[in-house]
Design a protein around this ligand. Sequence first.
Ligand code: ZN
Length: 239
Amino acid sequence: MSQFIEEMVYASQILYLEGHNDINNGQISYRDPESGNIWIRKGFLGWEETTPDDFILIDSEGNRLKGEGHIPSEWPLHTETYKARADVNCIIHSHPPYSMIFSATDLDLRPVTHDATPIMNTQRFTLTTNTVTNPNIAAQVAESLGKSNTLLLKNHGLVAAGKTIPETVCWAAVLENACKLQLIAESTGVPYTWTEGHEIKMKSKIIFGATAIREYWAYWCRKADRHFNPDSKNHLVGV
Ligand SMILES: [Zn+2]
């Protein structure tokens, strides 16, 4: 099995365990650096149900090249983002509850805890709350994402984009956690503080540096193994 397929199965299981499940919705994709074609998780499948056989190879226009199953209707969100971002090799689109609720507010994302510090430039896409099935709309999603790693889709969900699969899982997980913790802070009704100034940069560099992300990924893989595959000794690490 290719390493990136194995990583995408782990990523799907991790997203399930980190609260990104919404019935059978959500996609992860990976761009093959050699061909430029895109492996995407098939549609109508819960994150936790994903196996190595559940990925479909498509070209940049959404045509099937390999694999069986339903090509998810939001494939243009992936293809258009890859066209706009040469530095991105993995994209996650999910519908986790706190990101969806946060996206429906006009709150600025604040680093109430460490989580938001590496994703302070997260914007909201507000053109539509609908699913992104149209390449023209998808190109505008990619424009809203800009050079950042995360984007909120108003009343819909999140997009995370990164160089590697482990890094992209990390951005998706920290965005959902940041939204969750800020919404809890807001709901207390009492004033609260957040990280400011140079500490944002310091936290982003240290708490979400390459070593930290590699170890977060290793932990998440061990957690997934304990849940889905308790007999496995294969704790995959790769950033
Ligand atoms: Zn969606």
